[in-house]
Design a protein around this ligand. Sequence first.
Ligand code: M6R
Length: 581
Amino acid sequence: MCGIACFVGKNAGITCFEMLKKLEYRGYDSAGMVGLFGDDFKLFKKEGGVDNIKKFAQGLDSSLVISHTRWATHGDTTEKNAHPHISFDGSLALVHNGIIENFLPLKNELEKRGIKLKGETDSEVAVNIFALEKGDLLEKGLRAREKLVGSYAFAILSREEKKILFMRKKSPLYLAKTKDGIMASSDIVCFFKVASNYYSLGEDEIAIASESGIEIYNSRGERQSVTMTELDSTFEEISLCGHPHFMEKEISEIPAIIKRLEAEYKGGRALEKVRYLFSNVDNIFLVGCGTAFHACMFGAKVLEEKLRIPCHAYVASELKYSSPIIKRSLGIFVSQSGETADTLGCLELFKKKNAKTLAITNVSHSTLSRMADEYLSVFAGPEIAVASTKAYVAQILTLMLLASFLGGETNGLLSGFAEKSKEVLKIDEKLVDYVSRQPRVFFIGRGLGSITSLEAALKLKEISYKSAEGYPAGELKHGTIALIESGTPVVVFLTGDPHDEKTIANLEEVRSRGAKIVLVSPRKYEGVHHDFFIKLPDCSSPWLTSVLAIIPFQLLAYRVSLALGNNPDRPRNLAKSVTVE
Ligand code: M6R
């Protein structure tokens, strides 16, 4: 979370603004920018999105600029907590992505020295720690690093030296040279079309950029030579392509992504390289957060069914601190971004225990993809909307392809499936209207259907702000059924689980308490009443039916969000990439 964009070169203000626009998915609580104009800082920051600083950026005549888009961790979202932060003596300006865990003792130390802070952020503490260190900018960086505990990517602009220092721990930071100057950013997405290669700053390195170029130093402060990584020129342009929102665009791309997955994994050649990871393992951990965790649940079921090895899905933030027994284990880490801090933390843990690791991500250059023993892409293309839609479908399909392949099936699981997926790219307007007027919604199902319930509820919650809960159908009556009132919508997934008949009994239990039933199934059931029916296409396997079942509810969440006047691409309090624990 939080995006850093810096530029050394002509028109640095507007270049940084354009970079920040591409990083806004990392947070949009506030934005800010500082440039060096002569010997002075010119600073502007504002609550809200990046557009609020556009005018300032356009008028900023500076060739050394650092800027930031924020997702608040410490302190509210007001201007005083917005980045950049200026040190007490006015010598340094700093932007930060991450969390300084020991900020309280450091803050006390500053207060003892009589340094008064303007806001409540850990980042403002950090800029003053740097300023207090002796020496030039590089020495300050090397010394301050000894004191700071936590995760960070910093860009620090020195007024006197007219240089920018970059350093990082856990949070990403990339550098690139363009024909107009030097760029630094939290994501290489800023470099596409303007640079041909980039440098991923190492954790023990420090980079110093100025108008005379860029220098990289190791942890002892010695100059390093660097190897640049080539940028993937096949990267797609990120634009709405006529859609009103990225979320709608991304859902509409699902059929094309299915075709891409079918082509990329055809015949299993691309899966063969990971086969060795599955031999001699006693158990498989699938690890992720949020929607990616739901994909892990899906993956655990299909892999266990095919391999008959115990497979369990874990929420990364819980697994990391639970002293898991990692012995003859394989860790599969699922993440759209490949930058989620909790998931990365678990990968580190598995690596420390010498366990085998496989990353399944949508971003080939991500930290997760680079750190794991092996990496499989889900080929969904850039996902911009905060709510994950196409990437989720691509994740579960990749896991299914993997399970089928390892189970010895090479019979083209996805053949004809892209066409079928087009049939569910619609949603009943009456259902949108009904759900928009309800305070809460329940989703129930069994087996894979119970996972679809969790994911459908998460989608609705995160962009419509409605209370929504997903439950295993048989579990509802153990407490939650108390919340069912006359008219409460209950979505029932009957997606081909061998025990769907039991789910029908659960449907009747809620219906008899006044629930409005939304039945989601390839067929209607005689004698089973429903108020809304979402027809799923007939598929060759219940796995595939379950995949299709989520799509109408991604669309429902989108439409309800719009009906309630929300911005579905940018739900409140959220950021696309959660790079802090
Ligand atoms: O990039 P990741 O897949 O690791 O992100 C994990 C979650 O933060 C993410 O899936 C989140 O739950 C989405 N906003 C859900 O739509």
